[in-house]
Design a protein around this ligand. Sequence first.
Ligand SMILES: NC(=O)c1ccc[n+]([C@@H]2O[C@H](COP(=O)([O-])OP(=O)(O)OC[C@H]3O[C@@H](n4cnc5c(N)ncnc54)[C@H](OP(=O)(O)O)[C@@H]3O)[C@@H](O)[C@H]2O)c1
Length: 304
Amino acid sequence: MSHLQASELFSVKDRVVVITGGGSGLGRIITRSLAVNGVSKIFILGRREDALHETAAQAPEGIVIPVQCDVTSKDSLEAAYQAVAAQTTHVDILFANSGIMGPMMRSPQPKADGSLPSITEIRDELYNIPMADFTNVMNVNVTGAYYTVLAFLPLLEAANKRRAAPQQGVMSPPTAQVVITGSLAGFNRKPPFSYAYNVSKAGVHHLVKMLSTTFTSYDIRFNGISPGLYYSEMAEHVFDTEGIKGTGISDGSFPREMIPLTRGGAEQDMAGLVVWMASASGGYLNGTIIVTDGGRLAQVPATY
Ligand SMILES: NC(=O)c1ccc[n+]([C@@H]2O[C@H](COP(=O)([O-])OP(=O)(O)OC[C@H]3O[C@@H](n4cnc5c(N)ncnc54)[C@H](OP(=O)(O)O)[C@@H]3O)[C@@H](O)[C@H]2O)c1
């Protein structure tokens, strides 16, 4: 029964991985998680070279390769693709993880006396935010993820061509996979932070489903991760607002009405998920969005 042991089920040995946004937050966690579990190479993409190098320094030497890239530029994506293609024959898994929150674009908040703001006040607050700010969030989160996927298709196809011929009674190894980072916000109708962000992440979830449908015939799988609250540069302001010190990963860090498990997501929560998705036993996933949120989506209505 050795094929049912955790070391076999969750093996990511020798995989070649690309991760956008690998210089910080969840991208760094994904990189660290895969790097210590036997993958062969991880190319991490992002605009800040220093942040990418900082992540690389946290992994076993030589595994993580920084590649500067702005996912909103096709020229930059193509240069990154060529840089990766010069160093590997294939890519088994692409994590399209880069994303931004953009400025606050909140739903109407009750005033101190409990009354709702007027329509004029709502209009003034939201209409004053430049359209370019809204578009920029869509540009990074949706357009950037979409073009990242397109850029790396040939190397994903090349991974499939390396798969061994099927053997009767033996589970075939996983086909190439793309994992796009969505968000709990993509399910949430009441945006605490931003209309643009929530809409962009709903778009990301639908993008995962559309791409998984399109590429079934090519054996390239598409799945999504939909995190709740994990400590990161992007999420730091939520921790500040709630008065949380540190990463908030122990029970009692957050009120239950905000996060039913009363804590934020830990590195281990994300690591276990991505190692499974990237492993042999994750090979049957396709077109799925996996929510990792401590039960927030289970609350109806979702208020945070
Ligand atoms: N943390 C959470 O609670 C949470 C919850 C739900 C979803 N998410 C999602 O998780 C993903 C990672 O976010 P995070 O929380 O880890 O925040 P983060 O630390 O701010 O990471 C965002 C990453 O995206 C990269 N990025 C931004 N714009 C880019 C561009 N134009 N080109 C290339 N890379 C770009 C950044 O790198 P550079 O600045 O160096 O380019 C950065 O490494 C995002 O998609 C986010 O929406 C996070």
